[in-house]
Design a protein around this ligand. Structure first.
Ligand code: 6YU
Length: 498
């Protein structure tokens, strides 16, 4: 059956594509996606460094197993390496722990014996787990994940490591600072002091050993797009304002006003713009303005920056089996994840590098990770300045003054005008209720106005998989299904496809 309702989707990232895909599958014919940029994929963005395929945005399928729709599509489209498809790989439940082999260097140019600092690694992992356990408890012992881990570290170190010499103890604490910075990257937050403790357990991990797309994450986008009708997406079409109505007065439609002045009349609009964009532009993007509780949730919820700096070398300065290079500053035993002076010492925020694998495919390529305000500052520097800072850093930590990168490439997500950061996190003071408020369609249920005028999808609206591609995809399906079931009650030929 064909359903003649006008639906406009704002944003052609994975959430918008997934929504359109499902609606088309269910017989909806009048769908348009309006995308601000000249490409689809949004934060899924594959680029090139020389002849190598690299990811500027999303990197891994987190939890590639049967329940993960990104994994199922990638498998169906033949986009994965054979190892990623094995049952062993899918069953692997790391509980969020990394199985990566580290190489650890310090600011005095020493390469550490991993077993000397391993207890620091273990302690941090244990405390991170405990941070997820305040979910259903009344009250939190500390204001943030950072406060909690820091205070527990102090207590436990005094007990557990009392017989350890002070130099080793201090080094381990410095190692924990590096783990803090790494965790900032994972969460897309400036500091663990900005991460709420009570809701930290809200994020859920699927089983499966994280895998990458050998031909690039955008292969997923290309394949999904090829199943949509031609011309469905209008590119370079930023939406300026969504005019909706929260009153009962006779009004049958929503009007989407584009930057170029075009006004498109629709029955429903699915908004998938990133939370960073919404935080900045909500007041002009909606007319009338958003209800206050929804606005407050948008303001409270966290959206931070995590950037990558790809660095290519002629020869490796890490071990052949190394997966991750961790940098430990010897003056950071106070357990810190923010630098004292962003302009002068921003590079201290870079926790280290992941080795881009396999070597046969990528050569000697590493990816540096840097989060927070320091990362936002890095974006303002020239590529040459970044290259210089990274070169000095590596020379210092390896004690080898002749190491010279061949070339670099970094992402700049904070200055992307359509994203304004990387991805969302539960900041202090946030709860599951904020996610519920953000996904709630307009007008609100109690209003007698025409229902489901504006629907909300996107990464930051998933209850437990926010900040991921699979989370974003599922929110697109969720909002499509909301419309499908709305119409299937009046039109029996439309059926939800879940
Ligand atoms: C994942 C990963 N990954 C690294 C980096 C980044 C992200 N993610 P989109 O933004 O895609 O689409 C919106 C569109 O709207 C866009 O095209 C805009 O141009 C357009 N638009 C905006 N304004 C508009 C307007 N006015 N008019 C019209 N159009 C407009 N996810 O699964 N694996 O490895 C990573 C990573 C550097 C930046 C990631 C990863 C996040 C995903 O990329 C992201 O969620 C989705 O692509 C978003 O899709 P979307 O459609 O919603 O928006 C406790 C605990 C918690 C721990 N959480 C941590 C989990 C780990 C998260 N990991 C991320 C890590 C990396 C490295």
């Amino acid at each position: 059956g064909k359903v003649n309702v006008n639906i406009v989707v704002v944003g052609c990232g994975i959430a918008g594509i997934a929504a359109a895909h499902r609606l088309v599958e269910s017989g909806f014919t009048n769908i348009r996606i309006l995308e601000a940029t000249g490409r689809s994929g949004g934060r899924i963005k594959t680029g090139r460094l020389g002849d190598k395929v690299i990811e500027i945005g999303a990197n891994w399928i987190h939890g590639p197993s049967e329940e993960n729709p990104v994994f199922r599509f990638a498998r169906q489209y033949g986009l994965l390496d054979p190892e990623a498809l094995t049952p062993e790989n899918q069953a692997l439940d790391t509980g969020g722990h990394s199985l990566w082999v580290p190489n650890i260097f310090t600011s005095s140019g020493r390469k550490l014996d991993v077993k000397d600092v391993y207890p620091a690694h273990e302690l941090f992992a244990e405390l991170l787990n405990e941070s997820s356990e305040f979910q259903n408890q009344k009250g939190e012992p500390c204001a943030s994940v950072g406060d909690f881990i820091r205070s527990e570290v102090r207590q436990r170190v005094a007990e557990k490591w009392k017989d350890i010499d002070s130099a080793t103890r201090s080094l381990r604490l410095c190692m924990i600072s590096s783990m803090f910075k790494r965790e900032c990257c994972i969460n897309g937050s400036h500091s663990l002091d900005e991460m709420g403790l009570g809701a930290f357990g809200q994020y859920k991990i699927l089983p499966g050993l994280d895998c990458t797309f050998p031909g690039g994450y955008e292969g997923l986008i290309t394949n999904l797009m090829s199943e949509l009708p031609d011309g469905l997406v209008s590119y370079n079409r930023p939406v300026r304002c969504v005019h909706w109505s929260n009153t009962t007065e006779k009004q049958n439609s929503v009007t989407v006003e584009c930057e170029d002045g075009e006004r498109i009349v629709a029955d429903h609009v699915i908004v998938t713009v990133p939370l960073g964009y919404l935080k900045r532009h909500h007041s002009s993007l909606f007319q009338p303005p958003l209800p206050l509780h929804k606005l407050h949730s948008i303001q409270r919820f966290g959206f931070g920056t995590n950037n990558k700096i790809f660095v290519e070398f002629d020869a490796p300065w890490w071990d052949a089996d190394c997966d991750v290079i961790q940098l430990v500053w010897e003056d950071e035993d106070a357990v810190v994840d923010q630098v004292p002076d962003v302009q002068r010492s921003w590079i201290k925020k870079l926790f280290g590098f992941t080795v881009v694998q396999p070597t046969e495919r990528y050569g000697h390529l590493v990816c540096g990770w840097i989060a927070g305000h320091e990362s936002e500052h890095m974006e303002t520097l020239s590529e040459q300045e970044v290259m210089h800072a990274v070169t000095q850093l590596i020379r210092r930590f390896t004690g080898n003054p002749s190491i010279t990168p061949r070339r670099i490439l970094r992402s700049q997500w904070f200055h992307d005008p359509w994203t304004n950061g990387s991805y969302s996190h539960l900041a202090t003071g946030c709860s599951e209720q904020d996610l519920k408020n953000m996904m709630e369609p307009l007008p609100l249920n109690e209003s007698k106005a025409r229902p489901l005028q504006v629907l909300f999808a996107g990464e930051a609206t998933h209850l437990c998989y926010f900040s991921t591609v699979h989370g974003a995809l599922l929110t697109g399906w969720r909002e499509a299904d909301r419309l499908i079931s709305h119409y299937s009650s009046s039109n029996p030929s439309v059926r939800p496809t879940s």
